[in-house]
Write a protein that binds this ligand. Structure first.
Ligand code: SF4
Length: 240
């Protein structure tokens, strides 16, 4: 990677900790921190400008950009006598508002089999909010995992029947159903990639699969200074 593409916005966390601002976000632009050497905007003004021009066109992508920004604004509320910002809406509420403003009518849910109950609760909320929902489970079709070329030892429970996830089928079934928006509920890493790649409708995620943390992977990042320090000290997997 050339040095000028060696971006690391993550390093601006130090500036944020110090002054709650960065060069790209400051409520007091006159006193904003300097642009660091690894800032992606340093050598790529054209990419930034050209990308932003897309949002001014008469396209679904442009509407998504505008509506997402509107929902972002509605997700907060001011508190009397304070300049602190207060969160108002959950992800479920953000998603409802986004879909309403986009005038979407039919919402598809691509669900993990382990989250059927949560998907049913989500569908009940979306139905109550006036959407038509359809949902497709990852194991639809129940095709043996061995057909993927896996060995018995690579199954969750060796020597039992185990169906493979089929995220391309989930996407294609929701494409057949002509959904306006698709929501991922707990698809595995990788399966979510394939689902997103094959979905005709735009895709958002309600639940990211994390079997250990109750689907809350950021908890690993919060615990990094102690409980998950091992992930900075030793490789998870040995190179083969
Ligand atoms: S865009 Fe530049 S200023 Fe903003 S976070 Fe990234 S490196 Fe920092």
């Amino acid at each position: 990677m050339s040095k000028q593409n060696d971006f690391s916005c993550s390093k601006c966390s130090a500036a944020w900790r110090k002054s709650e601002s960065t060069n790209c976000w400051s409520v007091d632009p006159k006193n904003k921190p300097a642009k660091p050497g690894n800032c992606p905007t340093r050598n790529h003004a054209e990419i930034i400008k050209e990308s932003f021009e897309l949002y001014k066109e008469n396209t679904e992508d442009a509407r998504i950009a505008k509506v997402a920004a509107q929902v972002e604004g509605l997700g907060y509320q001011s508190a009397a006598g304070s300049d602190a910002i207060n969160a108002r809406w959950t992800r479920v509420e953000d998603t409802i508002a986004f879909a309403k403003f986009m005038k979407y009518k039919k919402i598809g849910i691509a669900t993990c089999i382990g989250l059927l109950d949560e998907t049913n609760r989500l569908a009940a909320i979306l139905d109550a909010q006036g959407f038509k929902t359809v949902s497709v489970c990852c194991k639809s079709g129940s095709i043996d995992k061995l057909e993927l070329g896996l060995t018995e030892e690579e199954k969750v429970r060796p020597n039992t029947f185990e169906p493979a996830c089929n995220p391309v089928a989930q996407a294609r079934l929701l494409n057949e159903a002509n959904t306006d928006l698709n929501i991922i509920v707990g698809l595995c890493v990788g399966h979510d990639i394939l689902f997103t790649r094959y979905s005709d409708a735009p895709v958002t995620t309600m639940v990211v699969k994390d079997r250990v943390t109750g689907h809350n992977p950021v908890s690993v990042l919060y615990g990094q200074n102690l409980y998950y320090k091992r992930l900075q000290k030793q490789p998870l997997l040995r190179d083969k």
